[in-house]
Ligand binder design. Sequence first.
Ligand code: ZN
Length: 259
Amino acid sequence: MPEAIEVEIYKKIAERASGQKVAGVVILDDNYLRGEGTEKYLKNEIIDKQVQQVRRHGKLLLLDFDSSTLGIRFGMTGRLVANGVPAIEALLYTTNLLDSKHERFVLHFANGLVLCVSDPRRFGNVEVNPDEKKLGPDAYTITSADLARVLTSSRATIKSQLLNQTKIAGIGNLLCDEILWRSGISPKKEAGLMSKKQVESLAKVIRNTIENLEERGGSHLGDLQKNRQKNGVCPIEKSALVRESVSGRTTWWCPAHQV
Ligand SMILES: [Zn+2]
């Protein structure tokens, strides 16, 4: 959290900045600035510059200026706040109270718009010209050919491949469990052992699940979600769900239909 869905919602809010000039930047947390640039460099690159385009790649929000791009990562608990209103009311696993002490990075625009990153646990960051080539294809538009390239001949588990942002960008833990549950695939299945047909159907489930959960309002609104707890059962055949660590992440899955 936030996963591609949340950042897509942030993007829609950030689009209000499109065509606007940056009037000021406030970095409230020194650790929030990543990459080569200093605060002076960042300010020099974007102050008085016009936002040409707002984009998203996986979990990365991107503001394109004429000669540089500002990337914003939201980590575990980051929310985008526009003029004091959060783009998303609630995230799991964090406080949802807006508190000025959680403000890390603020952009002021010439038309009065203020975009702020509020991030209680501070795992997010901002970077001038982030290396987008390090990210795999975006999960929203993943094709079966993209997915086949990622999975074929991998000995890793399917879960670890889907979570690896350099392979596919945008899928986090909740979305991953929901996708695998909807696909009937065990999270521990060896990625390279997926059949061509399974890969094709998985690509479709990834796109459909993302579209479906974005409509509902977040990656925590999957069908499996309310059963991610003690005595949780599979909504399909009501058998007990298993909770275990797969690829270092807490995983809920149904051995009765996920093989
Ligand atoms: Zn089941």
